[in-house]
Design a protein around this ligand. Structure first.
Ligand code: SAH
Length: 556
């Protein structure tokens, strides 16, 4: 019986030997014939033996290449048809099957066929640019040689609209120059001109050339048949000349920065995913909270039914109009109209010294938190709000109108003041307010609380805060380095008495600035003070005798 032939369809990767799979090399070495476009055959020349017959054909002769391969295999030869990258991505695999099917081939009765996968340009070029793919992506070939341009344009538009990372193959040739221009126009309707774009020419080949640019400027660079154009999604960013697409979308807004990078331990929390299909709703989460009264529910109902009547409220429209009039350019994310909700986290209090809520404030709180959000009273004299929203500005405006003091949460500076005996000891209030104004919400290496008390009683316990300020007889006493929590908690050290009022804000500002600039990440003020022994001339004293206490993490 004659030797049975075999057909390999081999993707040999981007073009260098290190990125060909072991199975591809095996197949090439086993083959009697290697059939492919001549540039590709030249690329793998060193891998094949002299006896292997090589049939290299021109670019447009794909069909005859596939037919010849099938014919040789049917004659009993082992034949490899080669494609660069992956043979299943704008390669020869589909065509080989089409030729086989025409001849009535089936797996059971026909010659054996093995498709050997390779690294496609989206992967090889992506790796050279950093990590641009990462999220949902697609490949689109701009060649209208075998596909009508209308369909290609529709796909570019759909991908742009749905915020896919896009790898454009066959972006441009000597003859086809308009397609990439048209594609850029379509993309610019949905994405910011600043969207990062990578142009990789001849990845992992001798003439490799990499350019990082953006959607607005990409056509100022050389783009040809050997280039793959990778267009980032609305979250892709540049860092150290690398294109990076985050693994997920941001799920949090904070007050002082538009978006907050989630720390790894926050990423996996379900409540950080308000958009998920089977999320736990805020309502379920706050079910145990007894504070949701019937009247509050009624208010929420009014708000919801209003929203139902028209999805875009008049308030939204007014905000948008205001933005247009004041000439604020829409930010990059506005180009992609995915209106998904992210968690907005912030803390509210009635004021620095004021501890009394008004009914109006309570009603506004209930309204903005709604069915989906949560509010939590914390030891910092603040209520922390977590509200799924796509428009934090509306929430902050409503809260400010009723006189709430808004603060970001996280590793920031918080001022905790007493109520100054209901205003009777009001002499200190302006200083507390000035410090809040100047430093409140400042991002720091670790959270920092300033306790500010209006008299020597210090009944709001300023001495146990990171920085304690006590207003006494028209001057200020200062305490530094308390360890506010834990079983080894201790008060701060009295470092100064009788600081003059016109000096206090400056003294505090300098301490905070020094801590911000010099502390290690996560180093709380008491640790920093203990390490450096002196802050702004205030000297650390090792006073407390050491008592050994077994460490006990929260919850144990
Ligand atoms: N089967 C191949 C794609 C062939 S279509 C694959 O999976 O990669 C040809 C297009 O692929 C080129 O126009 C270019 O856009 C892209 N391409 C292939 N190899 C490349 C390489 N080494 N560097 C950059 N782009 C490449």
């Amino acid at each position: 019986m004659a030797k049975q032939g075999k057909l390999y369809v081999v993707g040999f990767g981007p073009g260098d030997f290190k990125h060909i799979t072991a199975r591809a090399v095996e197949a090439l070495q086993e083959s009697d014939f290697i059939i492919g476009y001549k540039t590709y055959v030249e690329l793998i020349q060193d891998l094949i033996t002299d006896e292997t017959a090589v049939i290299s054909t021109g670019m447009t002769e794909e069909v005859s290449r596939a037919q010849e391969a099938v014919r040789q295999a049917e004659l009993g030869k082992t034949v490899a048809v080669i494609s660069s990258g992956d043979s299943g991505v704008y390669g020869m695999a589909g065509l080989v099957y089409e030729v086989l099917i025409e001849k009535g081939w089936t797996e059971a009765t026909g010659i054996p066929v093995e498709i050997i996968p390779g690294i496609s340009a989206i992967n090889s070029c992506g790796s050279l640019l950093g990590a641009p793919i990462m999220h949902d992506s697609c490949t689109i070939s701009l060649s209208d040689h075998l596909t009508p341009w209308n369909l290609i344009a529709k796909r570019v538009e759909a991908a742009a609209m749905a915020d896919f990372v896009i790898a454009l193959y066959n972006p441009r040739s000597g003859r086809r120059t308009r397609q990439i221009v048209e594609a850029q126009n379509i993309l610019l309707r949905y994405r910011s001109p600043e969207t990062p774009v990578g142009l990789v020419k001849s990845a992992y080949r001798e003439r490799q050339h990499i350019i990082i640019t953006n959607l607005g400027e990409m056509l100022d660079h050389d783009i040809g048949m050997l280039t793959t154009v990778i267009i980032g999604n609305s979250s892709t960013f540049l860092y150290d000349n690398k294109m990076i697409t985050p693994r997920g979308y941001q799920r949090k807004y904070t007050l002082n920065s538009e978006k907050q990078n989630l720390k790894p331990h926050q990423r996996l929390k379900e409540e950080a995913e308000p958009w998920a299909m089977d999320q736990t709703t805020g309502e379920q989460r706050i079910k145990s909270s007894v504070a949701v009264t019937a009247s509050v529910k009624n208010i929420q109902k009014v708000e919801t039914s209003k929203q139902e009547r028209s999805k875009i409220s008049s308030y939204d429209m007014a905000m948008e109009a205001l933005k247009r009039v004041s000439g604020d350019r829409p930010k990059a994310t506005h180009y992609v109209h995915q209106d998904f909700e992210e968690i907005f986290e912030l803390a509210v209090s009635p004021g620095v010294a004021n501890k009394k809520f008004t009914p109006d404030q309570m009603m506004t709180l209930a309204m903005v938190v709604g069915e989906k959000g949560t509010m939590e009273y914390t030891p910092n004299h603040q209520i922390v709000l977590k509200i799924p929203t796509s428009n934090p500005e509306i929430i902050t405006t409503k809260l400010k109108i009723v006189g709430f003091l808004l603060s970001p949460i996280g590793d920031v500076l918080t001022l905790k003041a007493c109520d100054f005996c209901d205003g009777e000891k009001m002499g200190g209030i302006p200083y507390a307010e000035e410090i809040q104004e100047k430093l409140g919400g400042l991002k720091l290496p670790k959270e920092l609380q300033i306790g500010f008390n209006g008299c020597g009683m210090a009944c709001y316990k300023a001495v146990t805060d990171d920085i304690g300020i006590i207003y006494r007889k028209g001057k200020f006493d200062l305490f530094l380095g308390a360890k506010p929590v834990g079983r080894t908690a201790h008060p701060g050290q009295p470092v100064a008495e009788g600081i003059e009022p016109d000096k206090i804000v400056e003294v505090i500002t300098n301490i905070v600035r020094e801590y911000k600039e010099n502390a290690h990440p996560n180093e709380r003020l008491f640790k920093y003070f203990k390490r450096v022994k002196q802050i702004q001339g205030f000297v650390y004293r090792d006073v407390a005798p050491k008592i050994m206490i077994e460490p006990a993490p929260c919850g144990d």
